[in-house]
Design a protein around this ligand. Structure first.
Ligand code: SF4
Length: 239
């Protein structure tokens, strides 16, 4: 596990690492850059760099956390990568099922694999399922997410690369919005953010504005509409 700098979570937990690119949002994948860096630093877990790797050992980790946590699952991979066997995904779910005191946030770009497997997974209340949607071409992911049995469903619109005018927020609990950061960020437009914000207001969906992004994300900050939007679904802690 690692403390996370990601604003909408506390910890990251990576039972798999590595991935490959599937859409425009992947262009400057942070996990790829980090995996290469960690490999160069000699970390055993990243000896395969960004090649998909399963980590049996990591399955024990959530049992060791002493206090309830909010955990981003697979910040360095995609749990629904087509090369991860269903049996391994089921084992990851068993760990989450066994630990209802923690909230686990899973985010995928592979909603086609998610929908293929979702009936064979145990969706306890503490598993939040999200899809990334960077532009309208990827709205199909939202349609498939809505069909799953996940009790809390969310969207990560980051990096937001275009308007999501056709997005409908029925059955969605939470929307995270952010611009791209890094050396060559693709620009975000305020009107795209505002449109999503209004959709959330009208549908009573929680809205989280993560960042404007750009080449200096600290400077551009997180203020939108004159304030910080840090909304999240209610965290239900069960023991
Ligand atoms: S799906 Fe996610 S982890 Fe995989 S390449 Fe794309 S951005 Fe990176």
């Amino acid at each position: 596990m690692a403390q996370s700098k990601i604003e909408w979570t506390e910890l990251t937990w990576n039972p798999t690492t590595g991935c490959n690119k599937v859409s425009q949002g992947c262009k400057f994948c942070y996990a790829e850059v980090m995996a290469r860096r960690l490999k160069a630093m000699g970390l055993e877990k990243y000896k395969n760099g960004f090649k998909l790797t399963l980590h049996e050992d990591a399955l024990k980790i959530p049992y060791t956390w002493k206090t309830p946590k909010i955990v981003f699952v697979n910040s360095m991979s995609d749990l629904f990568h087509e090369d991860i066997p269903l049996e391994f995904i089921q084992r990851v779910f068993s760990v989450m099922n066994d630990n209802p005191q923690h909230v686990f946030q899973i985010l995928t770009k592979r909603a086609d694999v998610l929908i293929k497997y979702h009936k064979q997974l145990n969706w306890t209340h503490n598993i939040w399922m999200g899809v990334s949607v960077e532009n309208e071409k990827e709205l199909w992911r939202v349609d498939l997410l809505k069909k799953t049995r996940a009790k809390t469903k969310f969207l990560s619109c980051e990096p937001l690369l275009g308007p999501l005018t056709k997005l409908k927020l029925n059955k969605i609990d939470w929307v995270i919005v952010g611009g791209e950061s890094g050396r060559r960020p693709r620009p975000i437009k305020e009107e795209w953010i505002y449109e999503l914000f209004e959709k959330c207001e009208n549908a009573d969906v929680k809205f989280f504005f993560k960042q404007w992004g750009g080449t200096n994300k600290k400077k551009t900050g997180r203020t939108f509409n004159g304030r910080i939007y840090d909304e999240m679904p209610e965290v239900e802690i069960l023991f």
